[in-house]
Design a protein around this ligand. Structure first.
Ligand code: CTP
Ligand code: CA
Length: 232
């Protein structure tokens, strides 16, 4: 739909969206990263702005994407930088969406100079855990603030995608978890997504196979009606 055909139901709200993949430096020229393109976060930010929200988009590494119209863009690199930026913007946000692919681990040490090869095999890279930004944002949640997480799940012999999603929603304590079914060429580096919107109140809404913009619209539809239901 054209932007002027969209509802202006997010007017008066400040939304913070994280996007892209963090990069954890090994030395000044090398990092541990992931394949996130940032496109889902971009779609969430673009649609929110089109529906009237004030939008801050905190972006780690992404594909070469144009900044959506009317969106404030903040660039970060590592998970720790993303963490600091998200806490800062969350302090004034009504809705916080963690669509970024945050590295779970970072190298224990970052060399100050380029690591040189020698005649011998290298030492293994020692890793340590990164902070769970989503869980921290839930702990710091202001009254009435809505916190949304994303999960990409494949399912395995132990549990299916939806079961992993339900467990993750509980563990993270967020208000909404957007669960993407991945594998078979879904989600990473492709245009389409499919999955479920899981609400902390137990509501489970399937999201049909469609574009990242359609998933973004479904997320904002759900958040918008939950805020209306509260009478805000
Ligand atoms: N997330 C985060 N900080 C981290 C790791 C993840 O804020 N250090 C957020 C992601 O942005 C996403 C949600 O948590 O919104 C779920 O991320 P995911 O990687 O699926 O969950 P994990 O708890 O890291 O579990 P696992 O990778 O083992 O499935
Ligand atoms: Ca993870």
């Amino acid at each position: 739909a054209a932007p002027d055909a969209l509802p202006r139901d997010l007017e008066g709200l400040h939304v913070a969206v994280s996007a892209g993949g963090t990069r954890e430096p090994l030395d000044p020229v090398r990092y541990l990263g992931n394949r996130s393109s940032g496109r889902q976060g971009w779609a969430l930010a673009r649609v929110a702005a089109q529906r009237g929200a004030r939008v801050t988009l905190v972006a780690a590494h992404t594909a070469d994407l144009a900044t959506p119209a009317g969106v404030d863009l903040v660039r970060v690199g590592s998970a720790e930088q993303l963490r600091v930026a998200m806490h800062e913007v969350a302090a004034s946000a009504d809705v916080v969406v963690m669509a970024a692919a945050v590295a779970d681990f970072r190298p224990v040490a970052t060399a100050g100079h380029k690591i040189k090869k020698t005649d011998r095999d290298p030492e293994p890279v020692a890793l340590t855990r990164n902070a769970d930004i989503l869980a921290e944002l839930v702990t710091a949640r202001r009254s009435g603030q809505v916190v949304v997480g994303f999960a990409a799940e494949t399912g395995d012999e132990g549990a299916d995608v939806l079961e992993y999603g339900r467990a993750k929603l509980k563990r993270k304590g967020c208000d909404w978890l957007v669960v993407n079914a991945v594998g078979d060429g879904k989600a990473f580096e492709v245009e389409d997504n499919s999955g479920w919107l899981l609400s902390a109140d137990g509501t489970e809404t399937p999201v049909p196979h469609g574009s990242k913009a359609q998933l973004a619209s479904a997320v904002w539809d759900a958040i918008s009606s939950s805020l209306k239901g509260r009478g805000t």
